[in-house]
Design a protein around this ligand. Structure first.
Ligand SMILES: [Zn+2]
Length: 172
């Protein structure tokens, strides 16, 4: 089975207007490597293939999946989770900020923070792949992402504190 995992790579390109101190750069490098490993896991890759089949999305539409090391801020100040570039078949996945993760860890502990980072990366990849089919139909892509993500996490092997993570991801 042709996996999408060989299209996943880490890219340390720095977005405009983002300054990252040395200490945080280390945090972001570890974050990116954790995300890249997470997305390449066979269980998740199989799940992505199941979605592609079910949605009739040709996997050759996705040429390049870049796990970006540094965050990307939207004009409204929120952080961008991902981006689909249809012209190039490219998916960009961005991290949460160091500050956000520190706050989450302070509130819920490092276990939930890791789980959040993992889940966010999975949900972002699902979301951006769905854009390959539904282009700018954001509502539909969001609904489907939430549905597929809950199918994935309903696997009892995944996470037992998924409710906290799910709330953080989808209920804002
Ligand atoms: Zn979207």
């Amino acid at each position: 089975m042709g996996m999408l995992s060989n299209k996943i790579r880490i890219n340390a390109h720095v977005q405009n207007h983002v300054t990252v101190s040395g200490r945080h750069a280390d945090f972001y490098r570890k974050y990116a490597s954790f995300v890249s490993k997470t997305l390449k896991k066979p269980l998740f890759q199989r799940f992505i293939h199941w979605i592609l089949k079910r949605e009739h999305i040709d996997k050759s539409l996705v040429q390049d999946i870049q796990v970006r090391v540094f965050p990307c801020q939207k004009k409204n100040g929120n952080s961008l989770a991902g981006r689909w570039r249809g012209d190039a078949g490219k998916i960009l996945i961005f991290p949460r900020s160091f500050e956000f993760c520190r706050e989450l860890a302070g509130q819920h502990g490092s276990e939930i923070t890791r789980s959040y980072v993992k889940s966010r990366a999975l949900a972002t990849l699902i979301h951006e792949i769905l854009h390959a089919k539904y282009s700018s139909d954001e509502e539909r892509v969001r609904r489907l992402t939430e549905r597929y993500f809950s199918i994935y996490t309903s696997n009892p092997k995944t996470i037992d504190f998924e409710r906290v993570v799910f709330e953080k991801l989808f209920k804002k």
